[in-house]
Design a protein around this ligand. Structure first.
Ligand code: ME8
Length: 542
């Protein structure tokens, strides 16, 4: 008997760490589609990084201090703490309903967060970057900030279109202006620090305009009590933005928690309304505290309803849970990522949602699964057949599949979600055409089992690749597709079906011959729109 020699291969590699955050949302109203978009994108991006084999951490949460919250609680005759507990819980319930797999949910009323903010303030104060001074300015309660004369538009707050109140008082200031020259060169030297590019340009213009001053970071308790007390003066609480931004490190245990060492610096994802605090205040704060700045700030545009920004103050909000319930969560998540070009504004309407679902999901993807699986049932008793020699048309199909998958990976990693999905649909549509042109039903009639097996194998293998790519965007539908293709994927899990998506996109294969697949599929039923008969329909007929 020949002696068996065993080769032990030691693989040494370092796992990339990936930390992503959403804004922490104000709890003065219930979550709407705008909040859901940021959180779904962050969920999808984190899942995508898991599929690249990275060690990920995804953070979201709620921003619970400040005037706005006190006013909202007051309107309901409630104590602030009682009110924020309820609204924060409803944000968490919505994220659960939308399939969000965050690793932590931070609240600015958490004891750990409050301690961290005080530690941070003390550190910056010790370094000499916080001073006491008198200040008079135009204060907008909606924005929770002072505006300079130059920033107002026709003497009104540019965000809320209301006249700010002139407030003069003694406060603490953060020497932000000291860090602005450094920030400007940092942004110039790091092209992708703020992206997409148009927002980088906007921030550079802001820094060049000379309108940025030191930041007022306190509110006297005589005016506002609902906040974190300054560690060096108990007559004051911390300005809500200075408090809120620190969530990004308090939640991972700065200064000495293991998650801080493991995940910082990370990436942020926010909409353009809060560009300035994230692109200017936060890097300056980090620099003053001697911490590394974040890797990337990713900025998206607004969801509009009839050309107007969707917002709670305007009362034109869409309920994301209702959308998921009525149209299917996977379809809704797909629509959000496919419809908005990241960085630009996009419009939302139910008509657009239905059109997109019917075209891309029911007609293209759903139909592909339904026809290929029912043919596999009929011709091969629902078993993946082994292929024979690939002809040119099979090679072309396999190449299209791998190319579109590689483009998907590259584009998705670059926050171009619409283009990434469009690229994947080249395979979906290409497959439908491939099935049409190869006509398995004709091959079956001719008794050409070899060609029939090859065509079905190429189709099923490509479909699995598409289903894998879709996991970050629509985890539940992707799971169903993979299960229909004989895979074993658990429900509602943050564990990805594969952790080598790049490898998957470099070689055609992955489906084992003989695997049992589903006999039928009805993933995305077409949504029929009932057209209302025009009021004068009868008249016209007669
Ligand atoms: O600003 N379209 O909280 P916020 C797209 N607490 N995204 C939208 C949107 C729309 N129409 N409306 C809201 C705050 N969003 C602070 C953040 S972070 C340290 C503190 C999303 O409740 C988008 O992500 O006003 C935007 O940046 C965020 O909600 C603002 O949420």
């Amino acid at each position: 008997m020949q002696a068996q020699t065993q080769k032990i291969v030691v693989l040494s590699f370092t796992l990339n760490n990936f930390f992503l955050t959403t804004p922490i949302y104000y709890v003065n109203a219930q979550p709407h589609l705008g909040h859901a978009y940021s959180t779904i994108v962050a969920d999808s991006v984190t899942r995508f990084h898991k599929m690249l084999g990275e060690d990920t951490f995804f953070l979201t949460g709620t921003d619970e201090h400040g005037d706005k919250i006190v006013q909202a609680a007051g309107k309901q005759g409630r104590a602030p703490q009682d009110f924020v507990d309820e609204v924060s819980a409803s944000f968490q319930a919505v994220w659960l309903a939308l399939g969000i797999a965050n690793d932590h949910f931070v609240r600015t009323t958490d004891a750990a967060h409050k301690r961290t903010v005080q530690m941070f303030l003390q550190r910056v104060h010790n370094a000499g970057d916080i001073y006491f001074g008198e200040f008079g300015g135009h204060y907008c309660y909606g924005c929770e900030r002072f505006y300079t004369e130059k920033e107002l538009e026709n003497s009104l707050c540019p965000q809320h279109n209301i006249s700010p109140e002139f407030v003069s008082e003694k406060n603490y200031f953060f020497r932000m202006s000291k860090y602005l020259p450094w920030l400007k060169s940092y942004i110039e030297e790091h092209e992708n620090f703020i992206r997409p590019r148009r927002y980088r340009a906007e921030v550079l213009a802001m820094l060049e305009s000379g309108t940025l001053e030191d930041l007022c970071i306190s509110r006297p308790k005589t005016r506002l009590e609902w906040g974190i007390e300054l560690p060096f003066d108990d007559n004051y609480v911390c300005y809500v933005w200075f408090d809120a931004l620190i969530n990004y490190i308090s939640a991972i245990g700065w200064p000495d928690g293991p998650n801080y060492a493991r995940y910082w610096p990370g990436e942020h994802l926010v909409a353009k309304d809060i560009l300035k605090p994230h692109a200017v205040f936060w890097p300056a704060m980090l620099r003053a505290a001697g911490l590394p700045v974040y890797n990337h700030l990713n900025i998206h545009g607004y969801w509009l309803v009839r050309d107007t920004k969707m917002s709670k103050s305007l009362g034109n909000v869409i309920d994301p849970v209702d959308m998921g319930r009525r149209f299917g969560l996977s379809a809704f998540r797909y629509f959000l990522l496919r419809e908005m070009r990241f960085g630009e504004d996009a419009s939302f309407s139910e008509d657009m949602l239905i059109t997109r679902i019917n075209a891309d999901l029911a007609n293209d993807l759903g139909n592909l699964f339904s026809r290929v699986l029912s043919m596999t049932a009929k011709y091969f008793e629902s078993r993946v057949p082994a292929p024979f020699d690939l002809l040119q048309e099979d090679e072309t199909m396999a190449e299209l599949c791998l190319n579109s998958m590689q483009n998907f990976v590259q584009l998705f990693g670059n926050t171009q979600f619409d283009a990434a999905l469009e690229s994947l649909w080249e395979t979906v549509r290409g497959l439908n055409k491939y099935v049409d042109s190869q006509a398995p039903w004709a091959l079956y009639k001719q008794g050409n089992t070899e060609r029939l097996a090859t065509v079905m194998y190429v189709s099923l293998t490509s479909m699995r690749k598409v289903a894998l790519c879709l996991w970050p965007v629509m985890p539940e539908a992707s799971r169903q597709m993979l299960v229909q293709l004989g895979g074993d994927v658990a429900e509602n899990t943050p564990t990805p079906p594969v952790t080598d998506l790049k490898l998957e996109s470099s070689a055609f294969g992955g489906l084992v011959h003989g695997t049992a697949v589903a006999g039928a599929s009805n993933l995305f039923p077409r949504i029929e729109v009932k057209k209302e008969a025009p009021a004068n329909a009868k008249k016209q007929k007669n």
